[in-house]
Design a protein around this ligand. Sequence first.
Ligand code: NAD
Length: 415
Amino acid sequence: MPDRELTMLETAHAYFNETCDLLDVEDGLRQVLLNPWRQLSVSVPIRMDNGEIRVFNGFRVQHNGVRGPYKGGVRYAPAADAAHTNALAMLMTWKTALVDIPFGGAKGGVQVQPADLSEGELNRLTRRYTGAISHIIGPQRDIPAPDMGTNAQVMAWMMDAFGQTNGYSPGAVTGKPIELGGSYGREAATGRGVCDIAMLAAADIGIDMRGATVAIQGFGNVGSFAGQRMVEIGAHVVALSDANRAIYDPAGLDMEEVLAHNARVGSLENCPLGEVITNEELLELDVDILIPAAIEGVISTENAEKIRARLIVEAANSPITYGADAILADQGTTVIPDILANAGGVIVSYFEWAQNIQRFRWTLNRVNEELYTTISHGFDRAQEMAKERDLTPRKAAYAVAVGAVAKATELRGFI
Ligand code: NAD
């Protein structure tokens, strides 16, 4: 066990190397699968509303394209540097392989605090960033999507900027508004998929979802839709948080009221519901299911032993550090890894891309049904591997995913 917390990229590499040891992947092939195929670093200068020029750092990392066009979100966050983007791109390769959709893995990022920019500044930033990476993206090359700090509006600007030089290309970006070729159900897809997976995992370890207690950290795209869906399926969401406030009510929070407050204020700040607790306390609550849906590294070696939830569903990417993962495994906590738990977003992005290419729109019912079919297939594959080789859900999910990409690489015969 390392004597310090691993970074997100070191964590991604550590899980990958452990999996290669398990699967006996030869050294040369490991290098092909470990290293990103292309890493682009760009400068994104824009004129601010006050007339000043500011330059932001942008990245697009294409980790592996052996199974199809690269696919992955774009994150606007101060921490979205090269190493971060690289780690997230690698996770995308395993995620698409695990749920068996025909994409590789990529990720983009701009080091910016989006809340500090006006709408006009964000529009200009997005266009400039898209222009800088447009020679390596496109419907058959690499298809960006929303992630932290970006949303359907940002995707609409990206599609427009890409289309200015490439012609009308809705399939170049997913997570678009419905009016511009977005898919029904895409906005809610990641949160819905988190709940699909939570239901399957809960059934497996004997938690009844009806009446199960749930704590969710992060009330953005993923956390808010996961919360709504949890209530729909009969669970009690007892705690919620965002970067501004965490709230707790053991009897269950009124989701309608929380959503109304969030829509009115733009965050949970000053939300009058429940008791105010800290984000750290939320993670340590005695609940059946904990859903970290905000940022990375929130469960670390500092607090892992204090986690009391029986089941953790990783809605965020990499919310548990490498060291904490081992502690949780030792104490018998079931952890469903990010590459499975939050795959709903990329799955419905795949449906959106397919609809765009076919110029055909699916109904919401069809999207949700096919989402369940696809994500539960990923769950079954990982379960089967876990039982066969006596592995944790994370190790099993990695074994399925890395094995699939290794096999596809061999079949392509380019090395
Ligand atoms: P978002 O920007 O919509 O929301 C993030 C939320 O986290 C906000 O409520 C914010 O206030 C909160 N937050 C930020 N820092 C926090 C902190 N220190 N403590 C508590 N809360 C904090 O982002 P999102 O799209 O919901 O993404 C959340 C996570 O899910 C990220 O890790 C992202 O990579 C992952 N993810 C998102 C998608 C998607 O489709 N959006 C898909 C797969 C994975």
